[in-house]
Design a protein around this ligand. Structure first.
Ligand SMILES: C[S@@+](CC[C@H](N)C(=O)[O-])C[C@H]1O[C@@H](n2cnc3c(N)ncnc32)[C@H](O)[C@@H]1O
Length: 771
């Protein structure tokens, strides 16, 4: 009977997996019921539905049987020549037979050709044909034929005959070299058996990382897709020398002629380690966290996946360009011309072409500083070593190495939170160049009155019409703007997303860039000149009348989360104080991308009268001070200003993170805008910094102090400007900066290549943005 022969066939097919007829038959019955006696569904794909159903039962018997199938008896009686693209490790009794439920324990047998289909598979399908000889060793043969099955299973042409299902290849979050359409790393129409252009076999790994020969409890795990398979490569007998059996190593890269890249990370672990295959997503996350922890300076959007993509990009590039004259030239320059750097300290940085806007032209780039200079000389092997270094850090059996690495990678000086809990978010401080510590000052998140300044926040001063007591929730989402939008022409200065509105911001930027075109107030009796004992006949130099933002305040009925309360909620972006490489001392940078119009921080310090500040400056001539700000945005609104009403903020002794913001002439990326928070009285207001454009993570945050570098009479001696802006007002000094027709890079002493590479890429990004 046709049915009986089909049952017999199915049982025979399952026998290969060591599953007995008694187990198969009831499951088969169920399936036939489910599929309405349609055998096609059961037979399709080498009885995959049946295999699934059997294993889905989680029948302990199945497991027992599967284990039994590894017994010597089973091996001799049941082992069959197989065309399965899976292969044995050939270790005899304790081998990781693909017939078992899996020695690793969690996986079911991979889909494979049944014995009955061997003939068909042998001609149609296996890219690598696996044969088992008497000693159960395995030989590999190339067969230049393909089947839909293999296309489905994305066989990796250059190496192991490992079968991965389409799903297994799909990464959890993202896919290496993903195809937009279907998110698979390799296209379906990939010509199979395309030999790789090249395969990188890394330099021998440190002994602790090598796969150990011999005992069967040692195997190499290969993370080829989502890391869902472990195979043991140790005892493969290779007939065809073109097919490389994986060296015991950590990383391999291979590319096909079409440009597809495969990266394999290989790790050996003792079987008893309790190791379970993690998802690739989890692995990447751990490495990224580790990277961020160890290197601190890493782009917060850094992802290992992108790094690997870069590796692939470089690998392809390196593989396709045979002679790179420019690089050779650069290498020569490197050895002769590195200031203060030993040749063996240098590494070549592989800059992804997207950073170079696809031009790959290095001629216009300039040297950054004596500490950080550049070479762009792609060399994927060195890049790979960087990755290996990351990989070493992950080895749980190599704690000493890991600790050593961490010691090496840490910055020379690091403070976890300079705010000591004053701000909502920690603000770290990092010095990668020396052990210079932060200046002595007291971190405060709100300005404080130092004594003589006349600053009073009085509820009665807030007129009924200047606030919105009847509002609730978010004023910016109300249909009709409330009274608090009055100051900014009936429209709130902020968008509902908390950014300064584009038109308002542009106005402020234009006033800042071209103050002469905007309204100034000229005092007859200028408090600034009074404080400096400079009585000048006639009017003063003038004060720019600035546009104010008015936020909702105490008397308003809205929520603290109201969109018109931005500055008063404090710093919300991740910031870091760092030692600038250009010699400007400490600087402030963002650790996250910020859109145009974002609030960064306000200038916080001691609220002092002009008069007091001048006296302070006189007293502390030697003191390294910050630049105090003058709160003169609305000095024209009252007649003659009393000394105690003419205020400044001095962050020298008490201040917040803004005291670290460096100056940049004209094209700084932040602008200061006066903000009313507590009082309509414009003697005192908040001076808040907003981004003038999109600012990328790790970019330095700067503002134009408005210094007149030619004013030798200014109470605070101007510094030599190192802003490197092409609009620098201190050009005499800027021009003396050396310009080079090439870039080269010196690895800072005691730093790893990964550290150096990250720094280099970040700096290059900055350069490309700036210049
Ligand atoms: C407000 S502080 C900025 C933080 C400062 N870099 C530090 O290390 O504390 C101002 C001082 O920084 C330095 N500075 C700021 N901008 C600079 C620039 N463009 N070029 C050189 N030095 C700068 C000057 O010494 C200035 O007096």
């Amino acid at each position: 009977m046709a049915g009986d022969s089909k049952v017999a066939k199915a049982c025979k097919a399952m026998k290969i997996y060591g599953i007995s007829e008694e187990t198969v038959k009831p499951v088969l019955n169920n399936l036939l019921n489910v599929f309405d006696n349609n055998w096609k569904f059961i037979e399709d794909d080498d009885y995959s539905a049946l295999i699934d159903a059997i294993f889905d039962r989680e029948d302990p018997k199945c497991k027992e049987e599967a284990q039994l199938s590894q017994s010597p008896k089973d091996e001799t009686t049941e082992a069959k020549p197989s065309s399965s693209p899976q292969y044995y490790n050939g270790k005899g009794k304790n081998s990781n037979s693909p017939l078992s439920c899996s020695v690793i324990g969690q996986t079911r047998p991979s889909k494979r050709c049944s014995s009955d289909q061997n003939a068909e598979c042998a001609t149609l399908s296996p890219l690598i044909h696996v044969e088992e000889n008497e000693e159960t060793s395995v030989s590999l043969k190339k067969v230049r034929k393909t089947s839909t099955y293999e296309r489905e299973t994305r066989i990796v042409p250059w190496r192991e005959a490992k079968v991965m299902s389409r799903d297994e290849f799909l990464l959890k979050d993202e896919v290496l070299y993903s195809d937009e359409k279907d998110h698979r790393p390799f296209a379906d129409d990939l010509p199979l058996l395309v030999d790789p252009l090249a395969v990188i076999h890394p330099a021998p790994a440190p002994p602790a990382l090598l796969c150990e020969e011999g005992p069967s409890d040692v195997g190499c795990s290969s993370f080829g897709g989502n890391g869902s398979e472990i195979q043991d490569f140790n005892h493969l007998h290779v007939e065809d020398k073109e097919i490389a059996v994986p060296e015991p190593s950590q990383i391999e890269i291979a590319a096909s002629l079409k440009g597809e890249i495969k990266i394999a990370l290989i790790r050996n672990l003792p079987q008893q380690s309790g190791f379970r295959i993690p998802s690739l997503g989890a692995v990447l996350k751990t490495v990224e966290d580790k990277f961020l922890k160890s290197y601190k300076v890493a782009h917060p959007g850094f992802s290992l996946l992108n790094l690997l993509k870069d590796v692939c990009g470089c690998y392809l590039k390196e593989g396709t360009i045979s002679v790179d004259v420019e690089r050779v030239g650069l290498r020569n320059v490197l050895s002769a011309d590195v200031p203060g750097g030993r040749v063996d300290d240098q590494i070549n940085i592989c800059i992804p072409s997207n950073l170079l806007n696809g031009q790959g032209n290095l001629q216009n780039l300039v040297r950054v500083s004596p500490q950080i200079s550049w070479s762009v000389a792609p060399n994927p092997l060195e890049f790979l070593h960087c990755i290996q270094e990351l990989n070493v850090n992950q080895n749980p059996y190599d704690v000493r190495d890991r600790e050593k690495m961490e010691r090496q990678q840490s910055p020379l000086y690091y403070v976890d939170d300079i705010t000591r809990g004053e701000e909502k978010h920690k603000i770290s401080l990092v010095n990668d160049f020396s052990s210079e510590t932060e200046p002595a000052f007291k971190y405060i998140s709100q300005s404080v009155n130092s004594g003589n300044a006349d600053v009073k926040f009085v509820l009665a001063r807030i007129a009924e019409g200047d606030c919105c007591p009847s509002c609730f929730g978010d004023c910016t989402s109300a249909l009709i703007p409330c009274a608090c939008a009055g100051e900014t022409g009936g429209e709130f200065a902020y968008t509902p997303g908390g950014l300064v509105r584009e038109d308002f911001l542009e106005k402020c930027i234009s006033m800042n860039q071209d103050p002469q075109q905007h309204i100034h107030f000229y005092c007859n009796d200028c408090p600034l000149e009074r404080s400096q004992d400079k009585y000048v006949l006639g009017t003063c130099k003038g004060h720019l009348l600035m546009k104010f933002i008015k936020e909702c305040w105490y008397r308003c009925g809205c929520h603290m989360k109201c969109g018109n309360r931005v500055v008063q909620r404090g710093i919300s972006v991740k910031l870091q104080v760092y030692m600038t490489p250009e010699g400007k001392g400490w600087g402030l940078r963002t650790l996250e991308d910020m859109p145009k119009g974002s609030f960064v921080c306000e200038y916080v310090g001691e609220i002092v009268s002009n008069m007091d500040l001048f006296e302070r400056n006189l007293r502390n001539t030697s003191e390294k001070h910050t630049y105090p700000v003058l709160l003169d945005a609305d000095w024209g609104s009252e007649g003659i200003l009393k000394d105690e009403d003419a205020l400044c903020l001095d962050a020298t002794y008490y201040g917040n993170v803004a005291r670290f913001i460096n100056h940049r002439c004209c094209d700084a990326n932040m602008i200061e805008i006066p903000v009313e928070v507590e009082t309509p009285d414009h003697h005192y207001y908040h001076l808040a910094f907003f981004t003038k454009r999109k600012v990328n993570a790790l970019e330095e945050l700067t503002w134009d102090y408005g210094i007149d570098f030619s004013d030798l009479n200014h109470p605070i001696k101007a510094f030599k400007c190192l802003c490197r802006s092409k609009f620098c007002r201190n050009m005499k000094h800027s021009k003396s900066m050396p310009f080079h027709s090439h870039l080269y890079f010196t690895k800072p002493a005691g730093k790893s290549e990964v550290f150096a590479m990250t720094l280099a890429v970040c700096e290059l990004e900055k350069l490309l943005l700036i210049d």
